[in-house]
Design a protein around this ligand. Structure first.
Ligand code: GUN
Length: 299
């Protein structure tokens, strides 16, 4: 393997330490504690794990958190009533409704009900619009924001580089496109997005200085799709069956790690790459929402 590993776990720990210091400062100077409400509907095992990780991280950093775990059969109206209540609660600065939601609940209606000032996921159209036009007083969605910070703290400046994103999801691909094209420090890249409708994606991915895989297909990116010396960011977290593993499965990314690591200059591992950054950025967004609510804003 010739590529340098980008250690997301270590960078996320640095960020979390910074968040914890600021949270402690708010308690000391203002007797004020940021708060996050996490809502989970149903019993999707992966979602249960993610929600548990988010709540634990809040506790570690001194952020107040509450979990609202509701049964699968919860109606849309009941969920909207809970969101309305959380929107009004002064101790709650961030609201996160874990996706996916059960099929009978309209995801867009749920997102639209969240107070944009508490929308720490940056899923509300108001915040998505602010991000697109380059305003700093909304939020950036946690995973794309985590990718930007990971690049920055690994000494990779996207300015003038060709960044190719594989995948066009609303949670990762599209917001990454919006963030990386901004004329700001840490961005300013030339960005291409390849997706299921792209004719000959390999010709495009081979031109990438920075290749970001976010399609949720295990080990989709192979060495022949990569330019020698490229930086590879793997957003995928996929469970694949592995009879040798204790749990009967193991986690792999969207990138065929071993062969791509022989060709790339830098690469994120799975796990331990983008994943820890997503939670670190959620903590940062919760802190930002809390400071905004008290008008302690530092843009
Ligand atoms: N499900 C998968 N990723 C996310 C995320 O970033 N936020 C929420 N709320 N749900 C998710």
């Amino acid at each position: 393997m010739s590529a340098t590993i980008i250690n997301g776990k270590q960078i996320a720990t640095q960020l979390n330490n910074e968040t914890a210091r600021e949270v402690a400062g708010l308690a000391r100077d203002y007797n004020f504690q940021p708060g996050l409400a996490v809502v989970l509907i149903g019993d999707n095992p992966a979602s249960q794990v993610y929600v548990g990780m988010k709540v634990r991280k809040c506790r570690e950093l001194g952020i107040y958190s509450e979990q609202h775990i509701l049964p699968e059969k919860t109606s849309q109206q009941e969920l909207l009533q809970l969101i309305t209540k959380l929107n009004r609660e002064s101790i709650i600065h961030g609201i996160l409704v874990q996706f996916p939601l059960p099929a009978h609940i309209d995801q867009e209606a749920v997102v639209a009900a969240i107070n944009p000032g508490k929308d720490v996921d940056c899923f509300h159209p108001e915040n998505v619009g602010k991000m697109l036009i380059g305003k700093q007083d909304g939020f950036f969605p946690c995973t794309p924001y985590g990718v930007l910070v990971l690049l920055e703290r690994s000494g990779i400046n996207p300015r003038g580089k060709h960044a190719v994103i594989i995948g066009r999801s609303n949670i990762v691909g599209k917001p990454l496109l919006a963030l990386l094209i901004q004329k700001t420090a840490g961005a300013n890249a030339t960005v291409t997005c390849v997706h299921s409708g792209t004719t000959d994606p390999t010709t495009i991915t081979r031109q990438a200085d920075i290749l970001i895989a976010a399609i949720g297909r295990p080990e989709f990116v192979t060495a022949d799709m990569v330019k020698p010396g490229a930086v590879i960011i793997d957003v995928g977290i996929n469970r694949i069956t592995d009879s040798v593993a204790a749990k009967g499965y193991r986690l792999v990314g969207d990138v065929q790690f071993d062969e791509v690591a022989n060709k790339a200059s830098m690469i994120t591992p799975v796990p331990g790459g983008v994943g820890p950054m997503t939670i670190a950025m959620l903590m940062q967004n919760t802190l930002k929402a809390a400071k905004f609510s008290r008008d302690l804003r530092t843009l």
